[in-house]
Design a binder for this molecule. Structure first.
Ligand code: GCU
Length: 138
């Protein structure tokens, strides 16, 4: 399936702001989690079919300290304190991808900062098919 981008600046932001003060973001900006534990960005995503999806979070962390976040689907944490380690600077973006089981339909995927540093700057998530390891049968 084709991958779909969901921009953080279009998502529901709690205790964060949309910012443009660094380069390299996609869309019209990125979310600056303010330095608050519990700050979050929630995306409404649509899965056409049930299965394991790849959720790739594009982020920047211009500090030397990890900025871990919990990832939840429809209110249930499915990955705790996922590491978002340093990138070279705030203009340098990296991708953290997680395999996430989704049923067909609409879901709320939320990334919540677990420390008082807040989350990394978040540009977008991309939802795509998880890596297909099954050999073709014909
Ligand atoms: C700096 C940076 C912001 C970032 C913030 C942080 O202020 O310019 O983009 O969000 O640090 O520590 O989270």
């Amino acid at each position: 399936i084709a991958a779909t981008d969901y921009q953080a600046e279009d998502a529901v932001v709690s205790q964060g702001t949309v910012a443009t003060n660094h380069t390299g973001y996609t869309g019209t900006g990125f979310v600056d989690y303010t330095n608050v534990k519990g700050s979050s960005v929630e995306f409404t995503v649509s899965a056409v079919s049930a299965g394991t999806a790849s959720v790739a979070l594009r982020y920047a962390n211009g500090t030397a300290t990890d900025r871990p976040m919990d990832l939840s689907v429809d209110g249930t944490v499915i990955a705790s304190a996922v590491s978002f380690p340093a990138t070279a600077d705030w203009n340098t973006w990296a991708t953290k991808a997680l395999d996430v089981p989704l049923t067909a339909g609409t879901h709320k995927i939320r990334a919540t900062a677990t420390t008082a540093n807040g989350g990394p700057n978040l540009d977008r998530i991309t939802i795509g098919a998880a890596t297909d390891t099954q050999a073709p049968t014909r």
